[in-house]
Design a protein around this ligand. Structure first.
Ligand SMILES: O=C(CO)COP(=O)(O)O
Length: 140
C-alpha cells in the first residue's frame, strides 16, 4: 500500500514515536511524507520515505494530487489543533480529497493506531480492487 505521513511541528515527536512502534509493519509498504516529517522519520528509523515538499511549500497539495490520481491508499496526518497554520487551505483541501476519494485518513494517533492494525490484518485489500477497477476504466 502507499501510505503518506504528515505531522505538524508540535506533533513531529509523536509521529516519530508512532512510526518507530510500527516500523516492522510499515517496512513492507511504500511510504511518502511531507518534507520535514519524512526527514525526522528517516533520521530515527531505517525506513525509506519518498519525501514531497514541506507542507507550507506545497507538500500537502502534492499528496492531494496523488489521492486524486488514486495513487495513495492511506493518510496518517498528525494535525496540531492548537496552532494556526499558514497553509490551512492546503490542509483543508487534502482532507477534502480524502473524503472525495474515500481514502482512510487518521488525524490523530488513536485513529492512526486503529488504521495500522487494520492494515496488518489485511483490511486494506479493497483498495487493490478499486485500483484495478480504475485501471480497467482507463484502459477502455
Ligand atoms: O505542515 C505540514 C502539513 O500541513 C507538515 O509539513 P512538514 O512535514 O514539511 O513539516
Amino acid at each position: 500500500m502507499n501510505i503518506a505521513f504528515i505531522a505538524h511541528d508540535q506533533k513531529k515527536d509523536d509521529i516519530v514515536q508512532f512510526v518507530t512502534a510500527y516500523e516492522e509493519v510499515l517496512k513492507s509498504h511504500t511510504l511518502f511524507s511531507t518534507g520535514t516529517t519524512g526527514t525526522r522519520i528517516m533520521e530515527n528509523t531505517s525506513l525509506q520515505i519518498h519525501r514531497f515538499q514541506s507542507g507550507p511549500l506545497g507538500g500537502d497539495q502534492q499528496i492531494g494530487a496523488r489521492i486524486a490520481d488514486n495513487d495513495m491508499d492511506c493518510v496518517i496526518f498528525f494535525k496540531d489543533p492548537l496552532t494556526a497554520q499558514p497553509h490551512e487551505p492546503d490542509i483543508t483541501a487534502l482532507i477534502r480529497l480524502c473524503d472525495v476519494y474515500s481514502i482512510p485518513l487518521a488525524t490523530n494517533m488513536a485513529t492512526a493506531e486503529i488504521l495500522l492494525r487494520g492494515l496488518e490484518r489485511g483490511d486494506f485489500q479493497w483498495r487493490d480492487v478499486v485500483k484495478e477497477q480504475k485501471q480497467g476504466e482507463k484502459n477502455t
